[in-house]
Design a protein around this ligand. Structure first.
Ligand code: PMP
Length: 404
């Protein structure tokens, strides 16, 4: 039974005050908060297990290695990967995307095409631009509509035998749109292209099944799903991970090193050079356990309720415009108030203890499309309440009064 008041007790930060007011945390799309269950795992790791992994014969090192590899298996089960060696632990979504983009440098040539969408985060645009510069491949963009959806009919016309890669986010961080990735993947495969899905936003709201999606690469960050910063996952199909060259060279990723020739370690270690974020990986596993203990169906249904309530209440404010009005969206509301700059609205909300994001949300092409400098973004999580949304609505009304 989903009881938000009980869930809130798991998050110590939710009882702190900001500027003398109870914190209302609505910046979940940037980073989620951390439950005590995950904090305890971090404390336990540094209190009892801290050691380097995969190389020590001593007990601490073996215990730390076991915990880290168990976390990899939890992540494998969560995303339903076929093999645990298809799970590469990274420093986050950005790292995973760059790893794949770098790997494709040796596989692309002039004339090849890469498709991205107009709804991407900069981290799913810039690495592909850099890849195009290195290889001579060209970048095509699936345009967006006023509602913040992808123009799927145009996607069809962009696909051809020259398409080698397609990159789309599962859910847009700026607007909350859930993209039709099943169709996108299917159609890309029909022309022989590989697909990478950026799951930085989706991982907080739903449980992707990478085998069912038949996706080639899927990336996510732990800090978006109640885990720590600085750790994330790249899922890659075994055949692709075997084909791609290593990203970084160093310890851990080698089999044999001589000055004449180095051979690389097997998966997943081939892509995990250097000492990883060991504690972070273990805590990522704990975060996945925590979210599954609440259940993704319960999370989605409660967050949808918050989204519907927040949308309705905010739209009672004269002059408030919401960007991203797709029927298929998660609990993100991006809005502006008349012609008031989003930064000014965000600053007043902060004085009231309400944390929202303001700006372009690392998605400047979306802002250019709407011809705005940015938006105020309130993103809800399963530990938020309707009473907090009421505070936001009151805060926005106050901001309007002060700034108009
Ligand atoms: N893609 C999307 C859709 C995101 O929302 C984010 C984080 N804002 C990223 C990529 C980058 O994630 P990270 O900073 O954790 O690498």
């Amino acid at each position: 039974m989903f009881k938000v008041e009980d869930i809130r007790k798991d998050f110590p930060i939710l009882s702190r005050k900001v500027n003398g007011k109870p914190l209302v945390y609505f910046d979940n799309a940037a980073t989620s908060q951390t439950p005590q269950q995950v904090i305890d795992v971090i404390v336990d790791y540094y209190s009892n297990y801290n050691a380097n992994i995969h190389r020590g014969v001593h007990t601490l090192s073996q215990e730390a290695t076991d915990l880290y590899e168990q976390a990899r298996q939890k992540i494998q089960r969560h995303f339903n990967a076929k093999f645990s060696h298809e799970i590469i632990l990274t420093s986050g979504t950005t790292h995973g995307i760059n790893l794949v983009a770098n790997g494709f440098s040796s596989l692309l040539k002039k004339g090849d095409e890469i498709i991205v969408s107009a709804l991407e985060h900069h981290s799913n645009i810039v690495p592909w631009q850099m890849l195009c510069e290195r290889t001579g491949a060209s970048l095509k963009v699936i345009p967006m509509t006023q509602e913040g959806e992808l123009e799927m009919a145009i996607y069809d016309t962009l696909l051809s035998k020259n398409t080698k890669l397609v990159f789309v986010n599962h859910i847009s961080n700026a607007l909350g749109t859930i993209n039709p990735i099943e169709t996108i993947i299917d159609k890309a495969h029909k022309v022989g292209a590989a697909v990478l899905i950026d799951g930085a936003q989706s991982c907080a709201h739903l449980k992707p099944d990478v085998q069912k999606l038949n996706v080639d690469f899927y990336v996510a960050s732990a800090h978006k799903m109640c885990g720590p910063t600085g750790v994330g996952v790249l899922y890659g199909k075994e055949e692709w991970l075997k084909k791609l060259p290593p990203y970084q060279g160093g310890g851990e990723m080698i089999a044999e090193v001589t000055f004449e020739k180095t051979t690389y370690a097997d998966l997943p270690h081939k892509f995990e050079a250097g000492t990883p974020n060991i504690c972070g990986g273990i805590a990522f596993g704990a975060a996945i356990d925590y979210m599954n203990s609440i259940g993704f169906d319960a999370i989605a249904s409660y967050e949808n309720e918050l989204l519907a309530y927040g949308t309705k209440q905010l739209l009672t404010i004269d002059g408030l415009k919401i960007y991203g009005t797709s029927e298929h969206k998660t609990s993100v509301i991006s809005f502006n108030l008349d012609s008031i700059h989003p930064y000014d609205v965000g600053s007043i909300l902060d004085k009231l203890g309400i944390a929202v994001r303001t700006g372009h949300h690392c998605a400047q092409p979306i802002m250019d499309y709407y011809k705005i400098p940015g938006t105020v973004r309130a993103s809800f999580s399963f530990y938020n309440t309707k009473a907090e949304i009421d505070s936001l609505v009151e805060g926005v009304k106050k901001a309007k009064m002060m700034l108009s």
